[in-house]
Design a protein around this ligand. Structure first.
Ligand code: HEM
Length: 161
């Protein structure tokens, strides 16, 4: 492999681990937000929504980087489950922040991403739409946890075989 290609893969791996840390953080921290007092909840959700927006941005950057440099495309890559699994993550990790954004739009308490992007002020609070998007956001989180565990198990398997 040329040194340029090796550097492109290094950048892809760094982006992967940054995105992975943010995704893991949101997947683990989201569940208990509702159980806190309002003032704490508003701080936690500003972190959660900010991290989620960074996941969305990172996934676009990663997609662009892979396409631009033609990375992870061995012959017949679509027959290789680990690579197909990687590609399944991309659309899901773009949809999940969008669903989160929709929950935030109709939320019953303030959601200010990074503490200053006031998403909840963009629409009136709406319990029906909030519940609809919240359910989708929750179910996609469950699916993502399953896929992350599958991806992790698959990587571990290749380390030991
Ligand atoms: C990859 C990105 C994201 C992941 C993995 C994620 C994950 C989660 C999880 C696991 C929950 C808890 C669901 C439950 O309690 O049933 C949650 C709740 C929530 N998320 Fe996200 N989220 C992401 C991005 C976002 C973004 C970008 C926003 C807003 C812009 C957002 C807004 C919310 C809101 C408002 C809640 C409800 C909190 C509450 O219980 O009051 N999320 N998220």
């Amino acid at each position: 492999m040329s040194s340029t290609k090796a550097s492109q893969y290094t950048v892809a791996k760094v982006l992967h681990w940054i995105a992975g840390a943010f995704i893991g953080f949101n997947l683990m921290s989201g569940w208990r937000i509702a159980t806190f007092e309002l003032n704490v909840k508003e701080i936690l959700i500003s972190i959660h929504s900010g991290v989620g927006i960074m996941v969305f941005t990172l996934m676009i950057v990663r997609w662009w980087w892979r396409k631009k440099n033609n990375l992870y495309t061995p012959p017949n890559w679509w027959k290789r489950w680990p690579i197909v699994l990687q590609w399944i993550f991309y659309p899901l990790l773009l949809v999940q922040p969008v669903l989160g954004f929709c929950v935030a739009l109709y939320n019953d308490y303030d959601v200010k991403a990074f503490g200053f992007i006031d998403i909840s002020s963009l629409a009136d609070s709406n319990p029906v739409l909030r519940a609809l998007f919240f359910d989708m956001h929750t179910w996609l989180a469950v699916a993502l946890i399953f896929l992350v565990l599958t991806h992790g198990a698959d990587r571990l398997k290749t380390l030991f075989t």
